[in-house]
Design a protein around this ligand. Structure first.
Ligand SMILES: *Cc1c(COP(=O)(O)O)cnc(C)c1O
Length: 460
């Protein structure tokens, strides 16, 4: 065995074989676990007491480091793939996708350029092209998997503004004093964050009583702000309610106005894959850019957002970085994923989804998404039968928002903490127009109506 500690890290020896075996065994245990524990956070003081001191000159050795993770650190993290994790937007990766994520890491592929990662990039593009076709985008549509919806939205909007600037410049027109971005007040917080980063003005067009942004409201914003508007963001599945904006009437405005339509479908656009909800997305085929997060409702592990441009050249012009050492990449007319978003080095993070799709086929995806929609409808029916509960809105997709008569935020908080303490479920309070509510966000086909019903029983 080599004695030099640095050589030990990269050599193939009995010792490294043991490390790899232990790590793969631990992964196998976790991926194949029948009853995933829900788990819960620990205080910083408790973690400091139980887990401090792991970084040392000589190292703990793999057995102790792994035991620390399995027995102390991991149990202090809530399992997002637990079927009764129903807060925020959970994640329910397929076993194939989870396992293949290990292969992606092990294969040491640089996913930023065709030169370095052609095979991986080809496979990622197969997935992007399949998604684009499902959305009804034209043949040439394409893009890249980025870290998450926040970066996807920002990258798309930066490309939108770059195009608006080019158009202005090409006709010799002056730039507006301030570029305007239009969305509804139910749009995700990352849209406001993008506006902040880009230093553009955010105009909130009012949604209708159902929380749906419609063409009429967008038209008013377009008339008021004229061609300062460089983009309109429509939400295809709001995070709090799963409400899909009326894409068709918003897209129809393109006949009269020149703006970039970005569809933020981070959570909800996956719903286009099942007949039960496909109709809600009519109009998405006219988008200039869309995002959907496979780590939300497409059964892939963290982290992955599919960002797709109608015309990928718009993304490429906006995002290609140039530097002496990169010129060799940029001169060739090759598909370099890094050129389509705010990023350079990237993991081929679309591959776990690719592998799982290639393994199971697209029908399995349609069925699993359909199962979540059915679960949402069944539990909404159950909520309707209970006099102390009120459904706040009819679910469009797989988020069910409801309230308990007479409860204040403090009641929801106490109840939610109790559920987690009992390890029964992770369901957190939310709010709507200042009223406390709670919600079930269902992206796991293994969530059960019985267990969600048992959660409702705790609200009596
Ligand atoms: C989750 C979400 C985002 C942000 O995505 P991240 O992957 O968390 O960055 C953006 N838009 C919507 C509608 C979302 O639900």
């Amino acid at each position: 065995m080599p004695q030099d500690p640095s050589a030990r890290m990269h050599s193939i020896s009995d010792e490294t074989e043991r490390v790899v075996d232990r790590v793969l065994d631990a992964s196998r245990r976790r991926i194949l676990l029948k009853d995933v524990p829900l788990d819960k956070p620990m205080t910083p003081a408790d973690l400091a007491r139980l887990a401090s001191g792991s970084i040392s000159p000589g190292g703990l050795g793999d057995a102790r480091a792994l035991a620390l993770f399995e027995h102390v650190l991991a149990p202090a993290c809530i399992s997002v793939d637990h079927p009764e994790y129903l807060s925020f937007i959970p994640s329910a990766p397929s076993k194939a996708a989870l396992a293949f994520d290990l292969v992606v890491s092990a294969s040491a592929v640089y996913g930023g350029s065709w030169l370095e990662g052609a095979g991986a990039v080809f496979a990622e593009n197969e997935v992007l092209h399949w998604l684009a076709a499902e959305f009804g985008l034209p043949e040439g549509a394409g893009g890249v998997f980025v870290q998450g919806g926040t970066i996807g939205n920002l990258s798309a909007l930066v490309a939108a503004r770059a195009r608006a600037r080019r158009v202005r410049r090409s006709v010799g027109a002056a730039m507006p004093e301030s570029w305007v971005l239009v969305c509804s007040d139910e749009a995700h917080s990352s849209v406001a964050s993008a506006a902040e980063v880009m230093d553009v003005e955010l105009v909130l067009a009012p949604a209708d009583a159902d929380g749906r942004l419609r063409g009429e409201a967008v038209r008013e914003a377009l008339l008021e702000h004229g061609d300062s508007v460089f983009a309109v963001v429509a939400t295809a599945g709001s995070t709090n309610f799963g409400t899909v904006d009326h894409l068709e009437s918003i897209a129809a405005l393109k006949d009269e106005h020149d703006f970039w339509l970005h569809v933020d479908g981070a959570y909800g656009l996956a719903g286009i894959l099942t007949d039960q909800t496909r109709g809600l997305f009519r109009g998405v085929e006219r988008a200039d850019s869309v995002i959907v997060d496979p780590h939300k409702w497409l059964f892939a592990p963290f982290d992955a957002c599919a960002l797709i441009y109608r015309d990928p050249l718009d993304g490429r012009i906006a995002h290609t970085q140039s530097a002496g050492y990169l010129d060799t990449l940029n001169q060739a007319d090759e598909w370099n994923p890094s050129d389509f978003a705010i990023q350079l080095t990237r993991r081929p993070r679309g591959l776990p989804l690719w592998f799982s799709l290639a393994t199971h086929g697209t029908e399995a995806y349609r069925e699993a998404i359909g199962a979540c929609v059915r679960l949402a409808r069944e539990i909404a029916d159950e909520i309707r039968t209970r006099p102390e509960l009120r459904l706040v809105r009819e679910p469009d997709l797989s988020v069910v928002v409801f309230e308990r008569e007479g409860w204040a935020m403090a009641d929801y908080e106490r109840w939610s903490a109790g559920l987690l303490e009992q390890q029964q479920a992770f369901v957190t309070p939310s709010s709507h127009h200042g009223r406390p509510v709670t919600r079930f966000a269902i992206v796991n086909p293994r969530s059960s109506v019985e267990k969600m019903t048992a959660v409702l029983d705790t609200m009596r």
